[in-house]
Design a protein around this ligand. Structure first.
Ligand code: PMP
Length: 423
């Protein structure tokens, strides 16, 4: 795949993912770490950036840098055009109905906080309930706890089975007249479980309850169609989607966004200001106070071009096959237990080993040039559910290969050599 300075992408791959070609697009992958070729398996934390995205950022700061929506001069108009074109790319990527439903935020975390502090404060009162799942990232727990504390409301949690699937009968039981919002993770970063977001949404809508879907992990790995899902809010982060850090998206249904009060006050989000009265701007600007991450938004647009060009279903199938291979290979290691074995699963191999702390696994793997994450993955309740302090987690992206899985297995064997088995 090649790029021009505008970040326009010329596809050089046919159907499926030609991983060797794809890898040439990611400069960071081609380096030695601790004397070994880098094997980057920490993609659920953040993914690497293709040259096209890097070029877009350089191009923007080299030629176009200017503030958006404010100037009549050429650079400002150019920056505004690129910034708004990227919004349209996001809209098409998740199949939203209108550009105005796409709000730029810093990332998933800010998107959820925005909804909690606006929709939440407006609609959640004493004794009301918000439903989340037992496999949420902290960013889909704490904002609701803050809101519940302020309002005297309650957080209700859908439990999970040993394999890491939601107990849907419990969800049905939790849904009730006090439920004001259901906020669920689409794909768990700790377990890899892909939740039945459409079914969850349908059930909530049966009672007129809106649904927020945390798509931080799903958006990079599968086709997302917010109209098909039917959800009311959908949030994701650019940096996990091969785009820059500091930019993310909150999708919201226009009628809900219009009814919500603003999140932050300042420039951009107003039509007019006097000391007596301020009139807020229209969507999406009402929720975008201050100078945004302009380069980040444009870079996100290029990242979306990049993966759309490969095809989300191609990416999904390729990664699924890789996950199956990784699951087979890791399951064959004596003393290793995979945490998260849901039937619908993507991108994540979380595991623990008898007698070896996950941090020690991560440290030895690093000496082999292999990057995995160890810890609670910002999902402490998941660790509590399995009564473990942490896991080691290898998480996949479209540029990972079977050979890298083999390297991971070799690295785990080396860990066993160093620490012994079950000591
Ligand atoms: N939700 C999930 C499922 C995640 O995996 C993450 C990031 N690990 C987040 C939310 C938070 O994303 P960010 O830090 O980009 O705001």
């Amino acid at each position: 795949m090649t790029t021009g300075s505008s970040g326009a992408i010329t596809p050089v791959v046919g159907p499926g993912v030609d991983v060797e070609t794809v890898r040439t697009d990611f400069p960071v992958l081609h380096q030695m770490v601790n004397g070994k070729p880098l094997v980057y398996l920490d993609n659920a934390s953040t993914s690497q950036k293709p040259q096209a995205v890097i070029d877009t950022l350089v191009q923007y700061y080299t030629m176009d840098n200017s503030n958006v929506h404010r100037g009549v001069h050429t650079l400002s108009q150019r920056a505004t055009d690129h910034y708004e074109e990227a919004r349209a790319k996001v809209r098409r990527f998740i199949n939203a109905e209108a550009d105005e439903e796409i709000i730029y935020v810093r990332g998933t975390t800010e998107g959820i906080n925005l909804v909690a502090q606006t929709f939440g404060r407006q609609n959640v009162g004493e004794g009301d309930e918000i439903i989340v799942t037992a496999m949420e990232h902290h960013s889909n727990i704490v904002p609701w706890q803050i809101l519940c504390q302020e309002r005297g409301a309650h957080l209700k949690v859908i439990p999970i089975t040993d394999s890491g699937e939601l107990v849907m009968e419990e969800y049905e039981r939790l849904l009730g007249p006090r439920t004001k919002l259901v906020s669920i993770v689409h794909q768990s970063n700790a377990l890899g479980t892909v939740n039945p977001a459409k079914q969850i949404t349908d059930m909530a809508h049966g009672l007129g309850v809106p649904v927020l879907v945390d798509g931080a992990q799903s958006a990079p790995h599968m086709t997302v169609d917010v109209q098909d899902l039917g959800c009311d809010f959908f949030v994701f982060s650019g940096h996990k989607l091969y785009g820059p850090t500091g930019i993310g998206v909150l999708y919201g249904r226009a009628d809900l966004l219009n009814a919500m009060p603003p999140y932050q006050g300042g420039g951009e989000m107003i039509k007019s200001v006097t000391f007596e009265k301020t009139i807020y701007n229209d969507l999406p600007h009402k929720f975008e106070a201050g100078t945004p991450d302009i380069a980040g938004a444009i870079g996100l647009g290029t990242a979306i071009d990049y993966i759309s060009n490969l095809g989300m279903s191609n990416i999904y199938n390729y990664e699924r096959e890789l996950l199956e291979y990784g699951t087979q290979r890791l399951s064959a290691i004596e003393g290793l237990q995979i945490i998260g074995t849901a039937r619908e699963k993507a991108g994540v191999l979380s595991f623990v080993m008898e007698g070896i702390h996950p941090h020690d696994i991560g440290t030895i793997l690093d000496t082999e040039g292999i990057a995995v994450r160890t810890g609670h993955h910002c999902a402490q309740p998941v660790m509590d559910r399995y009564e473990i302090p942490a896991t080691a987690r290898a998480s996949l992206a479209l540029y990972n290969t079977r050979e890298e899985i083999d390297a991971l297995v070799k690295g785990i064997d080396r860990t066993i050599e160093v620490f012994g088995r079950g000591l």
